[in-house]
Design a binder for this molecule. Structure first.
Ligand code: NAD
Length: 498
């Protein structure tokens, strides 16, 4: 049985902590490895290594840093299939879906390759006679990322390429449920020429997280995961003087107007709801059917849900793999039952699905619930599984009210043929990322990713321009070079420019 170890200062390390936890193959239900659970001594070892590496890495040129990113990008492309299979075997998603997350993560590396342009400072000539002002940004130091299980490659890639290219050194604490992708990426960075200690991986759970949040040698923490933990991370790390970006959970609504193309809309909502078994922070978990769109929409969604091919993620033709753990499978199936008991119509029931040859896998089929109200648990809770709830409203404005009353505000979509409706929708919804006839509107890497309300704690979205700002701090320099013969007088009053 393999033991997945930390990656500190360019090599694998067992670390000081002795506890381990099983890592499962969700498609078979079998334990396939164990992962070490680090503690404060391991985090400290990583901080020491990253702190030493920062002294030289932060002094390297921007060109040297971006050259590493170009090489890293090439390696991510060359190893996409291999990394995709590693992710699929621990997460359960299909290999193609895993390759998709690697591609979207690689786009952040591409953004980091062009950081020279983003990092350009500004210069103001002659703000006062003989005085100029310019600004520039410098890295923070050792920074850390704490990431969820659902995108073991992409979510860390939202963080470390920008942190590293701006001159910081990085400690990643990936999810303990699918930890192998992080070590694989560490190996690619090393092959790309990244100096030892610039990128480190500490595995573990709460102990490792707490050690990161309180370590005085860590300047900033990026977190992506569920809202309760995002709040905890934000509160704990800010109270220890750190800069924090903390992205939380989601409940994403797709609103369907009667003028929407039904086949197109249902295809996209089905893929957005059941892709990756609904384990995406941008998954469509609620379809809001407006007016007389509802009956026809539910009929087409039912037909499409029944056609979703469920199976192991490495089997060609599979649309949707298992859930990540047995506990997740049980939680989702219980929620479907509760929805029925609370008055929802279970149009498609995914519970109790068995896949031939994979009877112990953590599978559940797609479920479709109709006549869901905003009081029901299936609406109020983030189920994070392949369950689509249909809520009915009379008007678009009522649909917007439903979305705005929800505590989450990550993503939302509108399906319509009306430009006026689309404009009204995007201006009125209190949500950070909006799709118009696009079900999963994940912004490109050169924009920033982040929700509103309980989907983002604090004020910093991730990657893109906001990511660059997060991992650097500005200096503003006011300069005067007096001519040798110039008579310079210094006034005692507060200086003004003239
Ligand atoms: P999670 O919150 O359970 O775990 C996230 C990280 O926090 C992991 O590294 C985990 O080890 C750590 N952690 C868990 N419990 C902790 C505790 N009590 N104290 C300290 N650290 C703890 O999330 P998850 O189940 O891995 O991922 C799914 C969640 O992430 C969903 O809520 C999903 O919406 C969210 N998510 C959000 C985004 C986004 O961009 N907003 C993206 C992906 C996932």
């Amino acid at each position: 049985m393999t033991t997945i170890q930390h990656w500190i200062n360019g090599s694998l390390a067992q670390g000081a902590a002795t506890a381990t936890q099983p890592v499962f193959n969700p498609a078979t239900g079998a334990e396939q490895a164990r992962v070490v659970l680090g503690g404060s001594a391991d985090v400290d070892a990583a901080v020491q290594a990253a702190g030493r590496a920062f002294e030289t890495w932060s002094e390297s040129s921007l060109t040297q840093r971006t050259q590493v990113m170009f090489a890293f990008r090439r390696l991510l492309l060359d190893h996409e299939e291999e990394l995709g299979r590693i992710i699929s075997a621990e997460h359960g998603k299909t290999v193609d879906d895993a390759r998709g997350e690697i591609t979207r993560g690689r786009e952040v590396v591409e953004f980091a390759c062009g950081l020279g342009d983003v990092l350009k400072g500004s210069f103001s000539d002659q703000v006062s006679r003989g005085v100029d002002v310019h600004d520039f940004r410098q890295p923070l130091g050792v920074v850390a990322g704490i990431t969820p299980f659902n995108f073991p490659a992409m979510v860390p890639l939202w963080m470390h390429p920008i942190a590293i290219a701006t001159g910081n050194t990085f400690i990643l604490k990936p999810s303990e449920r699918d930890p192998s992708a992080a070590n694989f990426v560490a190996g690619l960075y090393q092959k790309a020429g990244l100096p030892d200690g610039v990128f480190n991986v500490i595995h573990g759970g709460k102990d490792a997280v707490d050690a990161i949040l309180t370590h005085p040698g860590i300047e900033a923490v990026s977190f992506v995961g569920s809202t309760p933990i995002a709040k905890y991370v934000h509160e704990t790390a800010t109270s220890h003087g750190k800069r924090v970006q903390a992205l939380g959970g989601a409940k994403n609504h797709a609103v369907v107007l009667p003028d929407a193309d039904l086949e197109f809309t249902a295809n996209h909502i089905t893929a957005g709801a059941y892709g990756s078994a609904g384990e995406r922070c941008m998954a469509v978990s609620v379809a809001v059917a407006v007016g007389d769109a509802a009956d026809a929409l539910v009929a087409v969604l039912q037909r499409k849900a029944l056609k979703v091919e469920v199976g192991p993620g490495d089997r060609p033709g599979t649309d949707m793999g298992p859930l990540v753990t047995k506990a997740a499978q049980e939680r989702v199936e219980k929620a479907v039952g509760t929805a029925g008991a609370q008055g929802a119509t279970i149009v498609v029931d995914g519970r109790g699905l068995k896949i031939d040859g994979h009877e112990d896998g953590f599978f559940t089929g797609p479920s479709l619930l109709d006549h869901v109200t905003t009081q029901m648990d299936a609406y109020r809770e983030e189920l994070f599984g392949p369950v689509l709830a249909v809520v009915r409203t009379e008007t678009l404005d009522q649909a917007i009210d439903v979305i705005n009353a929800n505590p989450y505000g990550n993503g939302t979509a509108l399906f319509t043929a009306s430009g006026e409706a689309a404009r009204r929708f995007q201006r009125k919804v209190k949500v950070g990322m909006i799709g118009i006839n696009v079900p999963v509107p994940v912004p490109m890497s050169y924009y920033s990713f982040g929700g509103w309300k309980d989907s983002l704690i604090g004020d910093s979205p991730i990657h893109g321009p906001e990511g660059t700002r997060f991992y650097t701090r500005p200096k503003v320099v006011t300069t005067r070079w007096p001519q040798p013969a110039q008579q310079v007088t210094a006034g005692f009053d507060f200086p003004t420019s003239n």
